[in-house]
Write a protein that binds this ligand. Structure first.
Ligand SMILES: NC(=O)N[C@@H](CC(=O)O)C(=O)O
Length: 426
């Protein structure tokens, strides 16, 4: 192992309320500290004019392996993460078979180690085969390395099963990550229910289908003392429910994905399936509420919901095409451009939602530059202007609505456990 010196970057570590120009030293895979150190450096990276921050964490990623390797693999998904400046991902359990056993969690960790790109933290399924009928072996999953639980892609429709999941997860000190959807209200829907869906003659999914379940799970968290994290919040009402739950002292956190604060259901006029996702793109009012939720802290986590689908699937007719878009390689520039440059969040606020806060939800020892922690570091050029080009992606899939977008800022170095995995520095 070696000693790396990141020289004179603007060091931002929200966990320490730190925003200062300084040297950062990494040694033997750990953060050594800031300022002068009693060692020589094997590698020096000149970070003047750049931002040095804890390695970014994306806690909402679909890696598709095992079972859907035509869309993504653990190797390609983690390569995409590293290219996007992300050092840790939490991967969702909607694989085939589902990630619902100890051995399945161990398989993911083994494949991630083989790939050698970034850290992968498996999210275990709440119910066996994500069918919503019977609890999975939650204890075994934790032994296998699962850091949280979710049936993401599908809701847990039974309130009774969700209650028991929360009771168990409280004992295990793990969060339940909620995919909020009342299926009876969304069946056959391809987009948000509203003026645009009526004009287009497309079946809609109403905002209340998401809000009813957000409300239910906040109440169940209150009842059980468990912890809920609401994934991919897309509606104004959902933001308000989380805000009220937090005010009452419920252990609830909320997450926003770039597409839900950048796009509206108007995009569906194109009939392009790259605008089809779950939950769907909503209205301008919802977008404004999500931005407000990010500003006032109601939504404490930014994540991608990276959902790769091979072209032959996304190119089907709208009602046949699967939900979801990729996000790992567009996450940071979209957030810099449309949250920081747009004046909604400070750098520290935005980075807290990509480092400290997801680490807290997952209970992982990451997301800070405190001495002794794993040397996961992202270096960002905050000024570079460039155009997103999906042909350059490391992901196996290309289903993005952001191809051709002009953006500001990007990761220029990604260091995972003290190893330089990506570097575009002189
Ligand atoms: N978010 C999506 O649109 N798609 C997700 C699953 C899901 O959460 O529905 C996927 O796995 O493809």
């Amino acid at each position: 192992m070696s000693t790396i010196l990141l020289r004179q970057g603007r060091v931002i570590d929200p966990a320490q309320s730190l925003d200062v120009v300084a040297d950062v030293w990494l040694r033997d895979g750990k953060i050594l500290g800031l300022g002068p150190q009693p060692y020589g450096a094997d590698v020096v990276l000149d970070c003047r004019g750049l931002i040095v921050c804890p390695g970014l964490i994306d806690m909402h990623v679909h890696l598709r392996e095992p079972g859907r390797e035509e869309d993504e693999t653990i190797a390609t998904g983690t390569a995409a993460a590293v290219a996007g400046g992300i050092t840790s991902v939490a991967c969702m359990p909607n694989t085939e078979p589902a990630l619902d056993s100890r051995s399945a969690a161990e398989f993911v960790i083994l494949q991630a180690r083989r790939a050698g790109n970034c850290n992968v933290f498996p999210v275990g399924a709440i119910t066996k085969n994500r069918e919503g009928k019977e609890l999975a072996e939650l204890g075994g999953l934790v032994e296998g390395g699962a850091v949280a639980f979710s049936d993401d892609g599908a809701p847990v429709s039974s309130a009774e099963i969700m209650r028991r999941a929360l009771e168990y997860c409280r004992m295990l000190d793990k969060a339940v990550l909620v995919h909020a959807e009342v299926l009876e209200l969304t069946q056959g829907g391809v987009m948000n229910e509203g003026v645009v869906s009526v004009q287009l003659g497309l079946r809609g999914m109403p905002a209340v289908a998401e809000e009813i379940m957000i409300f239910r799970d906040i109440l169940l968290a209150e009842l059980t003392g468990g912890r809920v994290h609401i994934l991919h919040v897309s509606t104004a009402g959902g933001v308000e429910l989380i805000r009220q739950g937090k005010q009452r002292g419920v252990q609830v956190t909320g997450e926003a994905c770039p597409h839900h604060f950048l796009l509206t259901d108007e995009a569906m006029r194109s009939f392009d399936s790259n605008f089809k996702m779950s939950p769907p793109l909503r209205t301008a009012r919802d977008v404004a509420a999500i931005v407000q939720g990010l500003k006032d802290g109601t939504l404490s986590v930014l994540a991608t919901d990276h959902a790769p689908h091979a072209p032959e699937k996304k190119e089907r007719e709208l009602d046949q095409a699967p939900n979801g878009i990729i996000g790992l390689e567009t996450f940071l520039p979209l957030c810099i451009t449309h949250l920081v440059e747009a004046g909604h969040l400070s750098w520290e606020q935005m980075l807290a939602k990509m480092t400290l806060h997801p680490a807290q939800v997952l209970g992982i020892d990451r997301g800070t530059l405190l001495p002794g922690r794993p040397a996961d570091v992202t270096v960002i050029d905050p000024k570079v202007q460039w155009t997103i080009d999906k042909r350059e992606f490391k992901s196996k899939s290309r289903n993005t609505p952001f191809d051709g977008w002009r953006v500001v800022g990007r990761a220029v170095a990604t260091i995972v456990g003290g190893q330089i995995k990506m570097c575009h520095l002189a």
